[in-house]
Design a protein around this ligand. Structure first.
Ligand code: SF4
Length: 230
């Protein structure tokens, strides 16, 4: 089939989405409808509260992770999002750009979001810690204790319909659980009354492509929770 005239980026996303579905043995997928428009006032209030919180973190030295950062990575996306993703911490690309999930794992996350009919601009993405741990190591307990209150404030302000926890660090921090991500993924759990779905971190999926079918199951669950009546 000729692709002349079609934006190559759109072709790439469609191809990836089809491969993702086929890898997972999925041949029929739901199509996301339009989400209700957030009232402007709600959007403005949340946007202002997030900006104020980000300003509080400016030049933060609450933990040792400040020493190696180029940029603090606060979070990105729609302040009134119905779906929030929480990851572990910034990597090299995120540290350089000051935005979460912009590297290879971020590109996979973007494709996964598109595969359930959403655009990145419709969701909000943040991490448990806002500064890059050296050599991308897992954040330590005292660093999580210092930084996670800001992630919890982000969740409180946005108050989404669904939270997706990407990987063990986000899952253990938000759910206060020591269970492995394999043990709790695919389930609908709760944080302060909000539906929470833990799943694999996209960086893990890059290293273990066979886990993508389970991640796709988790994303279908996200989709069904988003579509469910309030
Ligand atoms: S990781 Fe969080 S608490 Fe630590 S310095 Fe960065 S912003 Fe501050």
């Amino acid at each position: 089939m000729s692709r002349k005239g079609i934006d190559p980026k759109i072709v790439e996303v469609l191809e990836w989405t089809c491969r993702f579905w086929q890898d997972a043995g999925i041949y029929h997928v739901p199509v996301a409808g339009k989400r209700g428009k957030q009232p402007d006032e709600d959007f403005r209030r949340k946007s202002k509260e997030l900006s104020d919180l980000e300003a509080e973190l400016k030049d933060c030295t609450r933990c040792r992770l400040c020493e190696g950062r180029t940029n603090l990575v606060f979070g990105d996306g729609n302040p009134a999002a119905e779906l929030v993703f929480v990851g572990e911490g910034p990597g090299h690309d995120e540290d350089m750009q000051g935005k979460p999930f912009v590297g290879q794992a971020g590109r996979l996350l973007t494709k996964m979001i598109r595969a359930i009919g959403l655009d990145r601009s419709q969701v909000y993405i943040c991490n448990v810690v806002k500064c890059r741990p050296p050599n991308n190591r897992t954040p330590q307990a005292d660093e999580i204790a210092a930084c996670s209150p800001f992630m919890f404030r982000q969740l409180e302000i946005i108050n989404p319909k669904v939270i997706c926890l990407l990987g063990a660090c986000a899952a253990s921090t938000v759910l206060r659980s020591s269970k492995s991500i394999s043990a709790i993924r695919g389930k609908t759990l709760k944080w302060r009354g909000i539906n929470v779905v833990p799943t694999y971190h996209p960086a893990y999926l890059l290293r273990n492509p066979r886990a993508k079918s389970k991640a796709w199951e988790d994303f279908k669950l996200l989709y069904s929770l988003l579509k469910a009546p309030n």
